[in-house]
Design a protein around this ligand. Sequence first.
Ligand code: ADP
Ligand code: MG
Length: 334
Amino acid sequence: SDVVNKIAAGEIIVAPCNALKELIENSVDAGSTSIEILAKDGGLKLLQITDNGHGIDQEDMPILCKRHTTSKLKTFEDLSSIGTYGFRGEALASISYMSHLTVTTKIKESSCAWKARYAKGELVPMKPGQTAEPKPTAGRQGTQITVEDLFFDNPNRRKAFRSASEEYAKILDVVGRHAIHCSNVAFTCKKHGESSMGISVPANASTVERVRQVHGSSVANELIKFEVSNDRWGFKSEGWISNANYSVKRTTLLLFINHRSVESSAIKKGVEQTYATFLPKGGHPFVYLSLEIDPRRVDVNVHPTKREVGFLNEEEIVETICDELRSTLGKVDS
Ligand code: ADP
Ligand code: MG
């Protein structure tokens, strides 16, 4: 029902940054090598993402924003897989329930791009008096998603946002994480009407270079390579971590599990405890960690916004990572 759809949407999209995370994941899944983000009023007035990925077939546009529409569910095994992800075909549907959503997209085989507008899961006319069908338009291969007036019919939700700059900071955080993790993808993010970039990372930048662009040279210059894997617990992990002589204001943990940005309080706690024995009191680490775990061992449905995840043998995996952290930090002495 409409009410059920609206409630489901409200649980997935609680702030502009949640919508943006879903949209970035879709752009990455579409094989994009360039992702551009534009925000106005912290993403509440406008959130636009433009990619150069494979695009969406015009024939698929009428059902694009229906719940459970996905092109990513291939096998039953996939149902428990974080590789293509927990809530399937929910993101665009949810966003269409709480904003004015416009999609412009072109696949390679099409001679033009197609533009359509959505509300509550359905195609709606772009202008009064027009039909709801997608309209041909000029455009390059890829997809542009424009989200306007997020939460427009939910005044209570809107009121909960204290400031546009706070929301923009959360947007920059989401973009920054992906800009660091998604090697070979160029990212830009800026405020509407401003020429200066909030984030700008070229496609060919190394991971350390990406950290430099997003978090500055002082952190980037202090990073050491981290790597550990373990067949018994079925995982491998790599990343870049601040050394034992350097500290940031508060713990920064950029965690990706199977290429999705997630939170794990177990990993965060382990990382903080490990660094605490190296850093002076009040010091905090910067840690970027990419973890690959057998998708069948990962539970993404702990929380509807998909951020906090759990996995099998959590204790053993966290311990293995922390042992290696300890030894990596202990080795480097400057
Ligand atoms: P899911 O990602 O779980 O499939 P979404 O609601 O996020 O669900 O997206 C629905 C579908 O829309 C995707 O499966 C994909 O086929 C298509 N899609 C969404 N965004 C893009 C994009 N940027 N490029 C190409 N296809 C996209
Ligand atoms: Mg998606």
